[in-house]
Design a protein around this ligand. Structure first.
Ligand code: SF4
Length: 290
């Protein structure tokens, strides 16, 4: 729970505040950009108090999504509307789970609802209100883990829903050795007619992205929207395995058709068409080679 006594001095006066436990994951800034900003100390703060019901609702979503409970209100405001807003619809059958986990450094996770069985992409915090809602939406049949860093509460979610966890063998660690299915090699794997797993070594050796309906690409930490300009971006600063490999993996994505990029960290990106997405990807690859 955020502590008023530890509120950052940068916060605008008013009920919402960020305290000194912020880890700069950017979740709040993506959820409520008119309320939260990044300070010169690389921490989030309340740059402007919510001025409407809509802004207040977004700020409450940020409060419950924050992985470190660094956002608070004084006097206390009921966070119920923020809790009930997740999973948040992103597009037809695709939802953002909010409720990020500190062990994943606030990585986004997503729920895909589909008749053959729902898919969870990466693991959210196993918060009961979220899991109850996911249960009402049909539960989870598969949990696709994009890479070793964003597995969070995968074990308790597997126990709750009995889902099959999928992770590339190169990213299996002692904490995930019990997973049900391991991807191997670098060739794409059709998990179902509408789902393709594509290994993309680079950020980690076993990073993989998930393509759904040739429209949505869940990219983990391989590719993301930039907070600065909203364009697509790959981060050399957080490339833990191999940048040349990550460039090659990015080039392989040119063979696939999609319009959305839904990352673990950073912003979502939607192109106007698959052709426009390909052009944006080519621009990213050119930048990566500089
Ligand atoms: S969501 Fe929480 S931890 Fe992340 S930047 Fe905002 S206040 Fe900091």
């Amino acid at each position: 729970m955020a502590r008023s006594a530890a509120r950052l001095p940068e916060n605008a006066p008013g009920p919402f505040f960020v305290d000194d436990t912020c880890i700069d994951c950017a979740v709040c800034r993506h959820l409520a950009p008119s309320v939260f900003a990044r300070s010169s100390r690389d921490l989030s703060f309340v740059s402007r108090q919510p001025a409407s019901e809509a802004e207040r609702a977004r700020a409450l979503m940020a409060l419950v999504a924050c992985p470190t409970s660094s956002i608070g209100t004084e006097p206390k405001i009921d966070a119920g509307p923020g809790v009930g807003a997740f999973p948040e619809a992103v597009a037809d059958g695709v939802y953002s789970c909010g409720f990020t986990a500190e062990s994943s450094f606030g990585a986004w996770s997503y729920l895909v609802t589909r008749p053959p069985g729902n898919v969870l992409v990466d693991s959210p915090r196993a918060a009961e209100p979220l899991l109850k809602r996911v249960e009402e939406m049909g539960g989870v049949r598969s949990m696709f883990l994009t890479h070793r860093d964003d597995v969070a509460d995968h074990a308790s979610i597997q126990r709750r829903f009995g889902c099959e966890r999928i992770l590339h063998e190169r990213d299996v660690t002692s904490g995930t050795r019990g997973i049900e299915r391991r991807l191997e090699g670098d060739a794409p794997v059709a998990l179902a007619p509408d789902l393709v797993a594509i290994p993309v070594p680079g950020h980690t050796a076993g990073s993989a992205v998930l393509l759904y309906r040739e429209t949505f690409l869940f990219t983990g930490d391989h590719l993301m929207g930039s907070e600065d300009d909203g364009r697509l971006h790959a981060s050399r600063d957080v490339c833990w395995y191999s940048w040349p490999e990550q460039v090659r993996s990015m080039e392989r994505l040119l063979d696939f058709r999609f319009e959305w990029v839904l990352p673990g960290h950073g912003g979502r990106y939607r192109a106007s068409s698959p052709v426009a997405m390909k052009g944006e990807l080519e621009r990213v690859i050119t930048e990566m080679k500089r």
